[in-house]
Design a protein around this ligand. Structure first.
Ligand code: NAI
Ligand code: CS2
Length: 471
């Protein structure tokens, strides 16, 4: 379908690589299958204008370089019609969220884009959240535009307030981040922003007219490199600054909970279901936890890529043990899914040498990722009276990654994490006390995990062994 025929029907927060290689592709395919022109996307960047600057001169057009093991293909995508940068375009985003032509907002703002306290509540001490709550109060009081938003959830809440004050028509907010029950997480935070602004009437409307479906999202999309752009330029004949790179595999399982219209994503291969939960848990625990194990152990052993880590038999064995011994016993398989075959299919995807997904990229934001990916498994196994030794190995990898900051060859390993300073400070000290010191971080480890003596012992033993392996 000619992208110029598309009207904007979706606002997406977090126009990173993954959105462009996953939801935007599904949305384009749905439009092509149905001829429905209503689903152009207004993308909203996060903290920099870079993507807006990359795509603006290209009319929002960009390409996806799909890299299979021994072949690659390039595809032009036109569903992303414009990219807004909140620092200058918040008013436009607010108008779009209030528009009767727009029916869905979606998000890929990373695990750290959902500011919560230890107990999972909205973190109102976050300066951006606090500023957005004040802006919402001002706008609800009928005062004029309260200036640029500071957080995606704040901008979204302000836009929903505009919708409530205007048409009040039904709306859906679709989270596409790697979080468990990601729709509920998003709903609770957006409701909390409205509650903090004492917007009781708006809250009532939110409960009745705005749904927050959860979704399980899957496609490995590494950060784009200059080498990728040069390869694409040789095929395209022009440089595409908005290029994204991805594996051939993709999956999207969406909770069918929409009060208003939505793209016919099922016509593009998405699965609409009443119960996303089993798909979410299986994917986050089987794929993402194994990814993190290979990232930390792989990086420490000098492997630049996930594919390199999977090619290391000892690490491949650790990955299989994690899936088979610790994760699978905690899962209720989604209908028709053989979990052992699923685990092997994941490892085969990781082994794609053409993708170039780096261990250091997967290793980032561990403080935000580990609670979602591995600590549920640990808690479930301990509750079943078992010690999850492979999960302990994965956590030992993360701890030694922080503590050593270098790989087996002495190459520095960057710690890219919103809690980096706290992690470094906590890790500093004796090797013997490393596991206990990091286990003491209540922002990451729940009591039921950190207080278990057997698990502490297993973790400390693996930290010791790993330190001697890589030192
Ligand atoms: P990216 O780095 O290309 O884009 C991240 C987006 O989130 C950017 O728009 C950025 O501005 C925004 N962002 C980052 N930190 C933020 C914060 N603290 N607050 C608000 N916005 C913030 O990353 P990519 O590859 O697009 O992945 C984004 C998310 O998509 C992941 O964190 C994950 O939840 C999900 N995902 C990614 C997959 C992948 O293979 N890359 C696969 C499956 C899910
Ligand atoms: C990866 C995920 O970077 C990471 O943390 O584990 O982005 C992974 O590539 C996706 O979840 C695959 O669907």
């Amino acid at each position: 379908m000619d992208p110029r025929a598309l009207s904007t029907g979706i606002v997406h927060f977090g126009v990173g690589a993954f959105h462009r290689a996953h939801q935007a592709v599904y949305t384009e395919d749905a439009a092509a299958a149905t001829g429905d022109p209503r689903w152009g996307i207004l993308g909203v960047t996060g903290r920099s204008a870079r993507v807006a600057e990359q795509l603006g001169p290209q009319d929002g057009l960009y390409s996806v370089l799909t890299k299979a093991r021994d072949s690659e293909s390039l595809r032009l995508i036109g569903s992303l019609r414009k990219v807004a940068f909140p620092a200058v375009d918040s008013a436009e985003v607010l108008r779009a969220l209030a528009s009767e032509d727009v029916h869905v907002a979606s998000l890929t703002i990373t695990e750290k884009g959902y500011p919560r306290t230890l107990s999972g509540e909205l973190d109102t001490s976050n300066p951006g959240v606090a500023a957005d709550i004040e802006a919402l109060k001002a706008e609800l009081a009928g005062r004029s535009f309260a200036g640029p938003a500071r957080t995606p959830l704040g901008l979204l809440a302000r836009g929903l307030a505009r919708r409530y004050a205007g048409s009040g028509s039904p709306f859906a907010v679709l989270c596409c981040d790697n979080l468990m029950s990601n729709g509920k997480v998003t709903r609770d935070l957006v409701h909390a922003v409205a509650g903090a602004a004492r917007a009781e009437d708006m809250l009532e409307w939110l409960r009745k007219s705005v749904t927050f479906p959860s979704s399980m999202v899957d496609r490995i999309v590494p950060a784009t490199t200059e080498a990728n752009r040069r390869a694409a330029e040789r095929i395209l004949g022009v440089r595409d600054d908005g290029l994204v790179v991805a594996e051939p595999f993709g999956q999207w399982v969406i909770e069918d909970n929409f009060l208003g219209p939505r793209p016919a994503w099922e016509r593009a291969g998405a699965i609409l279901t009443d119960d996303v939960g089993p798909f979410e848990v299986a994917k986050l625990r089987m794929l993402n936890a194994t990814h993190s194990l290979l990232a930390y152990l792989g990086a420490l052993h000098g492997h630049q890529t996930i594919a390199g880590a999977v090619a290391d038999d000892a690490l491949l064995n650790e990955a299989r043990n994690l899936q088979r011994n610790d994760v699978i016993p905690t899962l209720n398989a989604p209908p028709g899914l053989d979990l052992h075959e699923y685990g092997e299919s994941i490892l085969a995807r990781f082994a794609n040498p053409n993708l170039g997904h780096t261990t250091i990229q997967v290793a980032m934001d561990g403080s935000q990722k580990l609670p979602v990916r591995i600590l549920g498994t640990v808690a479930d196994r301990l509750a079943a009276g078992e010690v999850p030794y492979s999960a302990a190995m994965m956590l030992a990898g993360w701890m030694v990654f922080i503590y050593r900051g270098r790989d087996v060859n002495g190459k520095p390993l960057a710690l890219d994490d919103p809690m980096a300073d706290i992690l470094r400070e906590t890790a500093a000290g004796s090797e013997a006390g490393l596991a206990d010191r990091l286990l003491g971080l209540k922002a990451i480890f729940p009591e039921k995990v950190s207080a278990n003596a057997e698990f502490r012992g297993a973790l400390a033993a693996r930290v010791r062994r790993l330190l001697s392996d890589v030192t």
